[in-house]
Ligand binder design. Structure first.
Ligand code: SOE
Length: 402
């Protein structure tokens, strides 16, 4: 049953969708309902069932411009209400946290307004269209003192978190090399339109950039987390299909995103980085992987086989020394997050990375601590992305501003 508040224009569902309990609620206002809207909504719905947290998220409102689609989404996922103007979500007193999962060109305006309204903010990646906008967002959340995080979800794949633990424990020794790639093949067809629903990632005005902001940003976030700061980059980009029809207007326009990007990097720890991303690698759908080589140990991970972390430990006895695979699914505390799920050996998947992120966010929120990556962390990734694009344009090496 749907009723409309005559005072606010908010559409309110009759039934209380969430299980009530004694825990403090964090009332979520979700702006956007596309692919990411689904992953985040699913995470909010599941997290309290699997993680014992002092705070439970409540699906208070979802917002989208298309009333019928937003209402359908709100019903499907059990939101208590819906809005058709994001400003209403930011202004509502019964919303504690704003989740931003709209195209990149809207992140800045919404995040700054939400910060001013005192809301916690969970923002989709990449943080912003460029560093200057990202800096304004960081200033806004830090001035307002509101909790903030950016959904670089791959940090919370158990195998990736395990890699982080091994690196933090010093198991790799001196690191020499870091290489990462994110390969897809979904834009090869020349008849694929650009812009509009689901295809805004192909429109630079909405996305800011192509694979650099969309895919390499993931690789960079993980790299900064695992291997520390990047000091210099040198990049090349290519746009293979030069013009495409716009999905909404039908007009054929120049394509201005980068279809592919590769760059070299020098890390602050002295190691060398090689990064590559493309949407033209036929056969690859979500081929995100990285390898890191240290003097004592190497690690390798691949999203299409996300439960496995490959390890080469040079201290193993030479008779059996070699690459071995850890199926990161055990209980006992060594395998991150896995105790919260099924029994040892049974796998989890992509959607769980978002659940882990929400769990970590809620735990940090309750303690009054930051949940990484924060807006400030994501600004560091944005700096690399901007430098990569400048370097490709100018065919130069670019230093990363501190
Ligand atoms: C693009 O296809 C995309 O959906 C990215 O936008 C996501 O961030 C990435 O995780 C998967 O690919």
């Amino acid at each position: 049953m749907l009723r409309m508040s005559v005072i606010t224009g908010t559409f309110i569902r009759g039934a209380e969708p969430m299980i009530q309990n004694h825990k403090q609620a964090l009332r979520i206002g979700m702006i956007g309902y596309g692919f990411m809207g689904r992953t985040h909504s699913n995470a909010y719905r599941q997290v309290s069932q699997f993680f014992d947290l002092p705070i439970r998220p409540v699906l208070q409102a979802v917002c989208g411009r298309d009333r019928a689609k937003t209402e359908a989404f709100s019903q499907n996922w059990g939101y208590a209400s819906f809005e058709t103007d994001w400003r209403a979500v930011v202004d509502r007193d019964d919303i504690d946290a704003v989740d931003i999962c709209v195209p990149n060109d809207r992140h800045g305006e919404i995040a700054i307004a939400a910060a001013r309204a005192g809301k916690a903010i969970l923002c989709e990646k990449p943080l912003a269209m460029d560093v200057s906008e990202g800096q304004r967002m960081v200033d806004a959340v830090e001035k307002a003192g509101v909790a903030n995080t950016v959904w670089y979800n791959y940090r919370r794949v158990p195998g990736v978190t395990l890699a982080h633990r091994l690196i933090q424990a010093g198991r790799l020794g001196r690191v020499f090399h870091y290489r990462a790639s994110f390969l897809q093949d979904w834009t090869i067809s020349e008849s694929l339109p650009q812009g509009g629903a689901a295809l805004w990632r192909l429109d630079a005005a909405a996305a800011g950039s192509g694979v650099t902001g969309d895919l390499l940003a993931h690789c960079i976030d993980t790299a900064l987390w695992l291997n520390g700061s990047i000091e210099r980059v040198s990049a090349m980009t290519e746009t293979f299909i030069k013009a495409r029809k716009h999905q909404e207007t039908g007009e054929v326009r120049a394509v201005t995103i980068d279809d592919a990007c590769a760059f070299l990097a020098r890390f602050g720890n002295g190691s060398l980085g090689v990064f590559e991303s493309t949407r033209y690698a036929r056969g690859h759908k979500a081929g995100y992987g990285f390898e890191i080589n240290g003097a004592d140990m190497s690690l390798r991970w691949d999203l299409e086989n996300l439960h496995r972390l490959e390890v080469f430990d040079h201290s193993d006895a030479s008779i059996t020394r070699g690459w071995h695979t850890v199926h990161v699914s055990d209980h006992g505390g060594d395998h991150p997050y896995m105790e919260k799920w099924w029994v040892p050996g049974l796998q989890i998947g992509y959607e769980h990375t978002f659940i882990h992120h929400v769990a970590d966010f809620l735990a940090a929120y309750a303690r009054g601590e930051p949940c990484h990556p924060t807006f400030r962390d994501a600004l560091a990734t944005q700096r690399i992305c901007d430098a990569v694009l400048t370097s490709a344009r100018q065919e130069s090496w670019e230093s990363i501003a501190k």
